[in-house]
Design a protein around this ligand. Structure first.
Ligand SMILES: *[C@@H]1O[C@H](CO)[C@@H](O)[C@H](O)[C@H]1NC(C)=O
Ligand SMILES: *[C@@H]1O[C@H](CO)[C@@H](O)[C@H](O)[C@H]1NC(C)=O
Length: 401
């Protein structure tokens, strides 16, 4: 009895400790966010504990929990939902049932999850893609690219590009009644990274140039170079996505070597001779004054890591690393950034860079926004913030696709 009470007491103290990290004042449904944030930190703590005990890998524990949220392809009165594959990569299609005189627009949606977790079949993505198909009378393609660490960089990107190329074939567009001039690539978080990179690759390939009308990037991560920007500093402990979790999972896309996340924590993971890349991500140059606050620019230190990972100098990992001439050719762009998000500055920098070369960008900044909020739009969470983000994104698509 005494032992159990002691354990229970310790657990309560632990939970309380987790719950009482302050959540910013201006957050909508603050108590709910507080509770969800505590939950995420608890689960991350448990995942770390299980990993330390040698029971299972950190990401495997989170992956098992997420699997509880997988859905079957269920059609409804408006939308036919089909699981199939494109170029051997699993996809879930959302096809509107109502008759249409015109060909339909299409959205290819790339889910987030730090390249390591998630699926287009997770409840919130299934819900979002169905909603998009219904609202826009659009064909929506969700895809399940291969995940890290089993499939490291650039596997995820290769799969996304293969699916998009498959879909862009005339015969396929015709089969699904898609208007080839109204195709958008969208993604959130690491899905936003993949959407941005895939769009760059296609636009700079003569065979596929101008086949994508628009890209929509929802709180995307866009670089692995400088992990100590103002947003990393201000939101290091979350809410929702802490710098530690982001680094721990994100690194797995490159390697399972634990020296990498350690170096990245200290912002000293970049290889010798890569200083010339800093100019692409120099927040001191690209960030609007408002977001710099009192932060002083410090350069990442070079050459501290023994191993060399070519991914870090590759724009297919960090889409911010491309030249102006490559940026110039990019299509109409929507970028949504959240204030309370370690990845905020990645999005802000891309917006500055794209506008500088004349790409048309719509930017929605959510002042009380939190990274990953759209993953919490379904029951039992029904997070209103996530629904607001969804509505902003959908209304942009309605006007622009
Ligand atoms: C079907 O579409 C109508 C009109 O948009 C909507 O009111 C209804 O909720 C939709 N049904 C489902 C199951 O989403
Ligand atoms: C970053 O930008 C600042 C301000 O323009 C400049 O002083 C600094 O040299 C730049 N650093 C690098 C590595 O590009």
């Amino acid at each position: 009895m005494g032992y159990k009470t002691l354990c229970f007491g310790l657990l309560c103290i632990l939970l309380a400790n987790y719950i009482y990290l302050p959540i910013p004042e201006n957050i909508e449904e603050r108590w709910k966010v507080q509770f969800l944030d505590a939950g995420i930190r608890m689960l991350s703590f448990m995942a770390k504990m299980f990993e330390n005990m040698g029971l299972m890998k950190y990401q495997d524990f989170l992956s098992i929990l997420l699997r509880l949220q997988l859905t079957k392809p269920v059609s409804d009165e408006n939308i036919t939902v089909i699981d199939t594959d494109f170029s051997d990569i699993p996809v879930r299609l959302y096809l509107p049932k109502r008759k249409s005189e015109r060909k339909r627009p299409a959205v290819i949606y790339i889910h987030g999850g730090a390249f390591t977790l998630g699926s287009c079949k997770l409840h919130p993505y299934d819900y979002l893609n169905r909603w998009t198909a219904n609202k826009l009378d659009a064909v929506v393609v969700g895809l399940d690219y291969r995940l890290a660490p089993q499939h490291p960089f650039p596997a995820a990107l290769e799969d996304c590009v293969l699916v998009i190329k498959f879909f862009l074939q005339d015969t396929i567009l015709q089969k699904y009644g898609v208007d080839p001039t109204r195709i958008c690539i969208s993604g959130d978080s690491s899905g936003g990274t993949l959407a941005a990179t895939a769009t760059q690759l296609l636009q700079n390939n003569p065979e596929h140039k101008d086949k994508i009308k628009a890209q929509a990037l929802l709180y995307p991560g866009l670089q692995f170079i400088d992990i100590w920007m103002p947003s990393h500093r201000d939101y290091e402990h979350g809410p929702f996505l802490s710098r530690e979790i982001g680094i721990k999972l994100g690194c797995l896309y490159v390697t399972e070597d634990t020296a990498l996340p350690q170096a990245m924590q200290k912002n000293e993971h970049m290889p010798k001779g890569s200083r010339h890349l800093f100019k692409f991500v120099n927040w001191s140059d690209f960030l609007p004054e408002k977001y710099k606050k009192n932060h002083v620019y410090t350069e990442p230190s070079l050459g501290k890591l023994n191993a060399f990972y070519p991914a870090f100098v590759d724009s297919r990992l960090s889409p911010l690393l491309v030249s102006d001439s490559q940026l110039q050719s990019l299509p109409l762009t929507y970028i949504l950034t959240c204030e309370h998000d370690i990845l905020r500055d990645d999005g802000l920098i891309y917006i500055t860079q794209l506008r500088k070369v004349g790409v048309q960008v719509t930017h929605d900044h959510i002042e009380d926004g939190i990274h990953g909020a759209m993953l919490l739009i379904t029951v039992p969470y029904n997070l209103h913030l996530g629904l607001r983000i969804r509505d902003k994104y959908i209304s942009w698509l309605e006007k622009n696709l």
